[in-house]
Design a protein around this ligand. Structure first.
Ligand code: ADP
Ligand code: AMP
Length: 214
């Protein structure tokens, strides 16, 4: 099964991709997580990406496409994968299609998780991410058991730099301009399913699971 999670920042792509990857035993690939890890390590890719992440802008297609191509070629992605935050432009989507076609495979489903800009702002201001393992929490909707501490690994939770309000507004605008056109792209291929992302986390997970079973 090869799945894309689409939706604005804060829609719940990572939360749902995490649940799905556990339930289906598929690898989850988050290009955002890859960039944050490279930045943490201070690699040359990290240095290149940092300025884009900090400004809420998209990393240029040629860089992202190459990162995703490499990652999807790794052994744990051979059985299938869940893409979280990639593709984000029509150029990336075309490159992904071509790369999969070359292997004789294609995407099965694209879940378009829909939430209003107001809900996005509420979610990202109170999102907390684990500095060690990348797990994601929300101070109200999905709080950690101990304040500021990851349930899974005990790592320290932090507010992502790009979850500050000014950057969030920029990211929403970038989404509308550069990523929204992917809805038409995938609708045209008959693989897009819209999901009401404003329901509770467990309800959204259940809806996606039932759509996959159908
Ligand atoms: P994305 O990967 O799309 O940017 P996340 O999965 O990181 O979004 O979710 C953004 C924030 O909203 C997180 O703090 C997460 O815990 C919370 N969240 C995710 N889905 C829901 C939901 N259905 N209802 C309430 N909060 C949610
Ligand atoms: P995310 O963790 O998915 O919210 O991504 C955080 C940031 O990483 C984005 O705002 C971009 O700067 C960068 N990024 C992640 N995925 C992509 C992508 N597919 N294309 C371009 N930039 C990306």
């Amino acid at each position: 099964m090869r799945i894309v999670m689409l939706g604005p920042p804060g829609a719940g792509k990572g939360t749902q991709a995490q649940a799905l990857s556990q339930n289906l035993g598929l690898c989850r690939v988050s290009t955002g997580d890859i960039f944050r890890e490279e930045i943490r390590q201070g690699s040359s890719l990290g240095l290149q990406a940092k300025v884009y992440l900090e400004g809420g802008k998209l990393v240029p297609d040629e860089i992202v496409i190459e990162i995703a191509r490499k990652r999807l070629g790794e052994d744990d992605c051979l059985r299938g994968f869940i893409l979280d935050g990639f593709p984000r432009t029509v150029g990336q989507a075309r490159a992904l299609d071509i790369s999969l076609e070359g292997k004789g495979i294609s995407l099965d489903k694209v879940f378009d998780i829909r939430v209003s800009p107001e809900e996005v702002a509420r979610r990202l201001g109170d999102r907390r991410s684990c500095a060690r393992c990348g797990a994601v929490y929300h101070l109200v909707y999905n709080p950690p058991r101990e304040p500021e501490t990851c349930d899974l690994c005990g790592g320290k939770l932090y507010l992502r730099d790009d979850d500050r309000r000014e950057v969030v507004l920029k990211r929403i605008a970038v989404y509308e301009e550069q990523t929204r056109p992917l809805e038409e792209y995938y609708r045209g291929r008959g693989i897009l399913t819209e999901i009401d992302g404003e329901k509770k986390i467990e309800e959204v997970t259940a809806e996606i699971a039932s759509l996959l079973e159908a």
